[in-house]
Design a protein around this ligand. Sequence first.
Ligand code: HEM
Length: 309
Amino acid sequence: CSNVCCVFFFLIFIVDSAPFHLGILLTTGNRWKVMRCFSVMTLQDFGMGKRSIEDRIQEEARCLVQELRKTNSLPCDPTFLLGCAPCNVICSVIFHNRFDYKDQHFLYFMGKFNENVKILSSPWIQICNNFPVLIDYFPGSHKKLLKNIADVKQYVLEKVQEHQESLDMDNPRDFIDCFLIKMNKEKGNQQTEFTTEALINIVTDLFGAGTETTSTTLRYGLLLLLKHPEVTAKVQEEIDQVIGRHRKAVLHEIQRYIDLIPINLPRAVTCDIKFRNYLIPKVRLFCPHCPSVLLKFLYSQYGFNLQPK
Ligand code: HEM
């Protein structure tokens, strides 16, 4: 299965680095709850606001189709375009506007994430994960990974400062504005979690978690639909009718089949848990291994064929 998926090895050591104790992905306890709740609510509210996330996705989909049309149906590698589109939707939600696919800032920003995904998927990171002691003493791409994250955060900080200068408390334009408004409301609270550093970390988390995942799913979705015209025909039929369950089943089946994140984010349990023959002790960090579910259980039931049912 791993030959069809982006093998994504998470670097455990960064979980212990201080700058990563903010945001959503790698936080825990009350801070995680507050940040996650705020983010989910804010993103849901965009669904009801003036410009919904759906509007932004449709705008991006139109631009993507326009770019794909330029290939005149000739064979092409869609990786770059399918990477730009999801990143741009997140830009639109967070920074208020989408970018042209040739925009230098956009390419710089996206390039940093792409490079980090490559580094995180490399054998060297597997070695670092198994022998973390190497990290402090050896040069290597893990240093570049941290430098890229620092560059992204610097870029986000500049964007936050621009937003602060033009903020209208009654008319939030995007996620950053909503966070800044919340920061203002919590000004007197010494214990507040709503700080500029937290905002920078959440924004970096949303890009980190939302771009490669979505673009790889789109890429393999396209590949699998090309390989299975009978499934494509059914999806098309359903889109034509604008109803039905099959489209959702195809999306879920693509996710099962490509097993995009075989090794999940580091997680901890709040009490000792017995799972099969293993004891997972309280608070010990562990990485859930998704293929054990996707391969052993689901493949034994559904096999290696695409079977959206
Ligand atoms: C096909 C697309 C996606 C896949 C396959 C995917 C997969 C995952 C997985 C496996 C987790 C870990 C869940 C857990 O064990 O807690 C996760 C967490 C997360 N994802 Fe996604 N994701 C996708 C898209 C997105 C998008 C578009 C965003 C945001 C713009 C996003 C933001 C997050 C965040 C913030 C978390 C951390 C949640 C938490 O710790 O509470 N993801 N995602």
